[in-house]
Design a protein around this ligand. Sequence first.
Ligand SMILES: Nc1ncnc2c1ncn2[C@@H]1O[C@H](COP(=O)(O)OP(=O)(O)OP(=O)(O)O)[C@@H](O)[C@H]1O
Ligand SMILES: [Mg+2]
Length: 241
Amino acid sequence: MNALVNVKNLHKSFVLHGQGGVALEVMQSLSLELHAGECLVLAGRSGIGKSTLLKMLYGNYRVSGGSITLNFHDGALELSDLPVHAWHPLRREVIGYVSQFLRVVPRVSACEVVMEPLLARGTDAAEARARAETLLARLNLPQRLWRLPPGTFSGGEQQRVNIARGFIAEHPILLLDEPTASLDATNRAVVIELISEAKARGAALLGIFHDADVRERVADRLLPLDDHLIAKTTFSPEAHS
Ligand SMILES: Nc1ncnc2c1ncn2[C@@H]1O[C@H](COP(=O)(O)OP(=O)(O)OP(=O)(O)O)[C@@H](O)[C@H]1O
Ligand SMILES: [Mg+2]
């Protein structure tokens, strides 16, 4: 079976403009395949580039070299040089991302934060609200919080809102950056269930999980990034960040 995502010889360096153009080399020659229905887990020490890889796949960071290809039944799409305007529909329909921390928008309630990806696709508001409430209830977010903006929520409460938002739209590709880091055992178990359900409907998941127990329960394969580390800085004014 063809991989849904093909990463080939990916290279990433950041140019530190405030430091006279010093280039920080983070990743070289990283290749991976991600298939529908599996969860591939990124491993490796802090600072090795795990979050950076997810951000390149989501278009938050530019690719310095190599390719990221999505393979659909009707053709392939190259992400490394995708024009800016093409990212919006891709994120709405194809690639979901659960960041480590929720981006809080003042005066937008928890329920609205979770509904938003469905509304963006044109789903009826009542249906979007019902699905958001179902997810928030599964993640044990107290009902009294659903109509409040998450700015004052605890770390774990905010993370559960973020997870509900990430899973609600059932994207074919889902990127997870430590979604269980601030959760208790009960809610970690719910996230493990959500991941299993996503795999069962054929989603391809790429995740980072520091918790060894969670990792063991969700990972179909592990990808250690250590081999692709370059621990050096070089002067390279032509590189991009
Ligand atoms: N926007 C940026 N500008 C400059 N350097 C960056 C930027 N983002 C990340 N880096 C650097 O890239 C390297 C990899 O960072 P990254 O956040 O991907 O690590 P990580 O493997 O996710 O670590 P952790 O397990 O601690 O989350 C680090 O040295 C970091 O300082
Ligand atoms: Mg990280």
